[in-house]
Ligand binder design. Structure first.
Ligand code: ADP
Ligand code: MG
Length: 238
């Protein structure tokens, strides 16, 4: 569970071809990073996968099933945004439980899943606090908790750490990598930060103007950048 396949996916906004035609295979359990300069289409691509935008052309398959027309709630994916979008009036517990309450899950199930998520994310002691009583890193963990309780087949992260200060970013990078190992679930992680890409990814997808410049492991990209754009972006010799 957790393979995602894009075939000739395109996205046009008005006259603007943001994604001309893109194909990509993501395997079950991979940690894939989409990296590229601001405006290159990273968020758009993630939103197409999530179903928050409709494709203009092409096909998206999730676990082998055609998901191109499926609404977001039916795709089995959880998205974590840069702005945590927590509910300020709800406790940490309430925020994490929210997606389960929305689908009418039973109280026992909600309590168990919230507890499990809090354990994984070191939030057990904070469950009764309101978001304003938390640090930035803790808030981002709550947002991840809310994604975890849905048992997604894949997590989609859109620059989740860019609001955090540098030291905290390094910490959270490690935490998300550990979470990936623990959950063994596919993760797609969008960033414009080369260091995040190089340290976190199994596979990096370098994007430029909606096109893939190169796909490879961090080492592949460093040792054998296919062109100057990749070399420049990754900071490797070429
Ligand atoms: P990134 O996340 O890599 O910074 P985006 O995917 O947000 O890039 O944006 C890619 C391009 O698509 C940008 O030129 C942006 O202005 C344009 N774009 C994104 N969303 C919309 C939209 N809803 N309507 C029109 N243009 C959009
Ligand atoms: Mg973006």
């Amino acid at each position: 569970m957790g393979s995602i396949s894009l075939k000739n996916v395109s996205k046009v906004f008005g006259e603007h071809k943001v994604i001309p035609s893109l194909s990509l295979e993501i395997e079950d359990g991979e940690f894939v990073v989409f990296v590229g300069p601001s405006g290159c289409g990273k968020s758009t691509l993630l939103r197409l996968i999530a179903g928050l935008e409709d494709v203009s052309g092409g096909e998206i398959r999730i676990d082998g099933r055609d998901a191109t027309e499926l609404p977001p709630a039916k795709r089995g994916l959880s998205m974590v945004f840069q702005s945590y979008a927590l509910y300020p009036h709800m406790s940490v517990r309430g925020n994490i439980a929210f997606p389960l309450k929305m689908v009418g899950e039973k109280k026992e199930v909600i309590d168990r899943k919230v507890k499990e998520a809090a354990d994984v994310l070191n939030l057990t002691d904070y469950l009764d606090r309101k978001p304003r009583m938390l640090s930035g890193g803790q808030r981002q963990r709550v947002a991840i908790g809310r994604a975890i309780v849905r048992d997604p087949t894949a997590f989609l992260f859109d620059e989740p750490l860019s609001n955090l200060d540098a030291a905290l970013r390094v910490n959270m990078r490690l935490e998300i990598s550990e979470l990936h190992q623990e959950l063994d679930t596919t993760m797609i992680y969008v960033t414009h930060d080369q260091i995040e890409a190089m340290t976190m990814a199994d596979k990096i997808v370098v994007l430029n103007r909606g096109n893939i410049e190169q796909v490879g492991s961090p080492l592949d990209l460093y040792r054998q950048p296919e062109n100057l754009f990749v070399a420049g972006f990754i900071g490797s010799p070429k």
